[in-house]
Ligand binder design. Structure first.
Ligand SMILES: Cc1cc2nc3c(=O)[nH]c(=O)nc-3n(C[C@H](O)[C@H](O)[C@H](O)COP(=O)(O)OP(=O)(O)OC[C@H]3O[C@@H](n4cnc5c(N)ncnc54)[C@H](O)[C@@H]3O)c2cc1C
Length: 591
């Protein structure tokens, strides 16, 4: 496997490696990683679909990438996926997957045209005082000292960030800025999360810094991501006769790591309550989705809380990884990520409005008609003074293909599930759907005497507790995640959010797809480049843009510098006078 960039390799089709014939693949998990592995096996490794077996414990595919109408409950989306134009692997694959609504175009074209015609941007990023504009006004509002703390993190070698927390690098100068408000609510970082991950994120999205305050950086699918991404992939795979097996819990994999190579020999599973074993040869390849951010997630209902239960049971993504990890040092350290659910949980809730009472309050804030079919909030709206640190969003409606035309599906989330609310004097995890809706309506500016009735009659709200949703953000070091294909592995790979790959950011759809592509290309020697992570961090234009944007447009010459630094800067400016460097710095408003 090697990385490439540019369009020479992007449009090339790899030749078939005949060694693929007679081989089989067993894919554990039908999340984006598992489905992508199957797609790359079919499209690029050119394995027969009938030789590919997807083993999934749930009754439906998609894993964390969801959006589903559950009978007697209503619409539920545990999350909504903010996406990027530089998800290089994603677009490499989705250009080959037919759209379900318009099969003669690809999912990529569907997404591209939608976002071209109706670009995403927010008209109110944050509120305070029950629905008033918090006037973040596209500003980062960060001091010179705060900017320097971010710069310092940017340039700190990874090794020095192992097992360190964000607060080991940022103090109040960053943590009290709009920058941190935008950042942590958009990406769900907590102050105690990994400084290394924070650095990787800044580098990965440096080209988006200027677009963060109003979300011009983002793009979204037409419907929820189960319908817009998972279903088209599943249809593509079914058309290629890939075998889907639901309700199979893989409880263990047995490896032989003697004789200088690592071979997976057995899959142990439970199906219909019965234990089963599948013996494997070196021609049987296993793709393992280890861990999982939505493992142990639970749903509540209008009148029911979503219980917080972090107990790991056999056949759970974490339990499986623990058993695998106990067999070889290169298989990672799951306990680094799944041992402290108090630090890795948050909750979301899906609220479906049932009449026209709530949408008018949404419109007051986002300044757009929620039922227009176009961009509504344009990304999350954060309630700056919410003790739960609540954010909410309304994507283009309908979010579900079968959604009635007068209903609006809203996604709400709170980062602090153990803090008492501002209207509901309970923690988010103690709240029913109706109570979460009430807290949201309060922050939306609904008059207090109307809140209870509206939450009961004008909405259906389903809470969801996710104990491990930010497990991947826990402080870590090299070796805590297994490499996609560990050294000396013969017939297996790790895919998804807890497999190690370079430079990309976890908690993204792209990461799962990338690990899948790297796994297939490595194990089957596919002779075509895997698109490298977008290289904006090496592009001086993006670096200059980001530096200026982060300082709300202020030039470096306006920095609060001591006499010594001032003189040094003067000296540098003199040296670059009448050079292309000076031209570039002027063009990007740095000087
Ligand atoms: C709330 C939320 C918000 C998100 N926001 C964004 C966003 O804004 N932008 C973005 O790009 N991404 C976002 N994501 C991330 C993205 O959706 C996920 O990272 C991605 O879908 C994970 O895919 P995966 O295949 O790696 O893992 P998963 O989706 O977790 O799939 C793993 C699958 O394996 C199955 N499985 C696990 N163990 C076993 C076993 N032992 N036996 C059988 N089956 C098993 C599971 O049931 C599951 O189906 C968000 C996710 C969530 C939940």
């Amino acid at each position: 496997m090697y990385y490439s960039s540019g369009n020479y390799e992007a449009f090339a089709h790899p030749l078939k490696n005949d060694a693929v014939d007679g081989k089989s693949a067993y894919i554990i998990g039908s999340g984006l990683a598992g489905l992508s592995a199957a797609c790359f096996l079919v499209r690029d490794a050119q394995m027969k679909g009938s030789q590919i077996h997807v083993l999934e414990k749930d009754p439906i595919p998609g894993g964390a990438c969801d959006g589903y109408e559950y009978q007697n409950m209503g619409y539920i989306m545990r999350g909504g996926r903010e996406m990027d134009n530089h998800f290089e692997v994603m677009w490499d694959l989705l250009r080959s997957i037919p759209s379900i609504e318009t099969p003669d175009i690809s999912v990529l074209d569907e997404y591209y045209w939608l976002n071209k015609k109706d670009p995403n941007y927010s008209l109110m990023r944050a509120t305070v005082n029950q629905g008033e504009d918090a006037h973040t006004d596209k500003k980062f509002n960060i001091s010179d000292k705060g900017s320097m703390e971010i710069m310092k993190l940017f340039f700190t070698p990874d090794e020095e960030l192992y097992n360190k927390k964000i607060t080991d690098f940022f103090d109040e100068e960053v943590l009290n800025s709009n920058f941190w408000l935008y950042w942590r609510t958009m990406f769900a970082f907590e102050n105690w999360h990994s400084a290394l991950e924070m650095k990787i994120y800044i580098k990965r999205y440096i080209h988006h810094v200027g677009g963060l305050p109003d979300f011009t950086a983002l793009r979204f699918t037409k419907y929820n991501q189960y319908e817009s991404m998972i279903l088209p992939m599943v249809e593509y795979l079914k058309a290629h006769e890939v075998q889907f097996n639901y309700g199979i819990k893989v409880t263990d994999l047995r490896f032989d790591c003697s004789k200088g190579k690592k071979v997976v020999k057995q899959i142990k599973f439970i199906q219909n309550g019965e234990d089963g074993v599948l013996d494997l040869t070196e021609d049987d390849y296993v793709f393992i989705t280890n861990g999982g951010c939505v493992e142990n997630s639970t749903y509540g209902a209008q009148d029911k809380i979503a219980p917080f239960d972090s107990t790991l049971k056999p056949g759970n993504g974490w339990d499986l990884w623990k058993s695998i990890a106990s067999q070889d040092a290169s298989f990672g350290h799951p306990e680094k990520f799944c041992s402290d659910p108090e630090k890795t949980n948050w909750m979301s809730a899906t609220c479906t409005t049932l009449d026209n009472k709530i949408p008018q309050y949404i419109q007051n804030i986002c300044k757009r008609d929620p039922l227009s079919g176009k961009v509504v909030t344009g990304g999350i709206v954060t309630v700056k003074d919410s003790s739960w640190l609540m954010s909410w969003t309304v994507n283009r409606q309908p979010q579900f293909r079968n959604q009635p035309g007068n209903q609006v599906v809203v996604w709400i989330y709170g980062l602090f599930t153990d803090k008492k609310g501002d209207y509901i004097k309970k923690s988010m995890r103690e709240c029913t759907g109706k109570e979460i809706c009430q807290e949201w309506l309060y922050h939306l500016g609904v008059p207090v005497n109307e809140i209870e009735k509206m939450s009961e009659e004008s909405a259906n709200t389903i809470p969801c507790m996710m104990p491990y949703i930010t497990a991947f953000f826990m402080p870590r070091e090299k070796g805590d995640r297994p490499d996609v294909v560990p050294a000396k592995a013969v017939n297996f790979a790790f895919v998804g959010q807890f497999a190690e790959t370079k430079r990309d950011t976890i908690f993204t759809t792209e990461y799962s797809m990338r690990t899948a592509m790297e796994a297939v290309y490595t194990l089957f020697n596919v002779d075509r480049g895997v698109p490298e992570v977008w290289g904006s961090t090496y592009d001086v234009r993006d670096l200059l843009n980001a530096t200026v944007a982060l300082r709300d447009g202020k030039k470096i010459t306006e920095m609060n510098l001591g006499l010594k630094e001032k003189l040094a800067l003067k000296e540098v400016l003199k040296k670059i006078q009448d050079t292309d460097i000076e031209k570039l710095l002027k063009e990007y408003n740095v000087i």
